[in-house]
Design a protein around this ligand. Structure first.
Ligand code: ADE
Length: 242
């Protein structure tokens, strides 16, 4: 897979591309990253990439020409083009899983107060990473590139993604490592028991507990069986006591 990023601040990606899993994916040749500076496509004598918004209003808007020319430079018939902006579909794990199937993703980092709407004629989808406004699309592009990269075959251990938060519609259960007691805090007994079925049941219940506590709306979107409902009843009583 190849991920191309169009930005006016390509230098922001240096640390991202040169650290941890992303660096490994790059060095193993599993994902190729390409950074393209939108400013180098400006036809303005001052290299400008933005201008005032028709109709007035604060802030500068990305010009059509440099963005569309940069896009034409990198786009192939296999490319899937994404604009990073607050006014878009909310990016979720499910979309990350779908995006990893594309051979070539192009992420355009919107900046300043927005972009000329006509740029969207050349874009397949607009993605927002959360209900807040960033100074630009760069961090959002890193989020999408990161979430997709780690799902590409060979990037991380085979069986780990299925166990994670959001993969089964729930938040992930708590985890512990050695030592089994520290500062008087102990690891739940069952995890030391070696009893796989009991451990799986405990993890399911604790997954439900985290989801109930932090993201209750997720519980409405998944199929809960009888046992899950019983766990939830117990959780409500247990948490009431705390
Ligand atoms: N650009 C600025 N804020 C953003 C957000 N929340 N998601 C995607 N791109 C953005």
């Amino acid at each position: 897979m190849k991920i191309t990023i169009l930005s006016i601040f390509p230098e922001m990606f240096a640390g991202f591309l040169d650290t941890s899993i992303i660096k490994k994916a790059r060095l193993k040749g599993l994902v190729e990253y390409e950074l393209v500076d939108i400013r180098s496509f400006s036809k303005d004598k001052h290299n400008r990439v933005d201008d005032y918004s028709f109709g007035g209003g604060a802030g500068m808007v990305f010009l059509y020409q440099p963005v569309v020319d940069a896009l034409a430079f990198v786009k192939t018939p296999k490319s899937h083009v994404i604009m990073m902006a607050p006014a878009g579909y909310l990016f979720k794990q499910k979309r990350a899983r779908e995006l990893k199937e594309y051979e070539h993703l192009i992420l355009i980092c919107g900046h300043y107060e927005g972009f000329d709407e006509r740029i969207l004629q050349h874009v397949d989808e607009v993605l927002c990473i959360g209900d807040y406004v960033l100074t630009g699309g760069e961090l959002a592009a890193m989020v999408v590139a990161d979430a997709v990269t780690r799902l590409v075959d060979g990037v991380i251990a085979e069986d780990s993604p299925q166990e994670e938060s959001f993969e089964n519609g729930l938040l992930e259960y708590p985890q512990y490592t050695r030592p089994d007691t520290i500062d008087g805090f102990t690891v739940p007994e069952v995890l030391l028991s070696g009893h796989h079925e009991k451990i799986a049941q405990w993890r399911r219940k604790e997954s439900l507990r985290k989801t109930w506590k932090y993201r209750p709306e997720l519980l409405e979107k998944i199929d809960l069986d009888k046992k899950d409902r019983q766990y939830l009843e117990e959780i409500v009583l247990e948490e009431d006591k705390v």
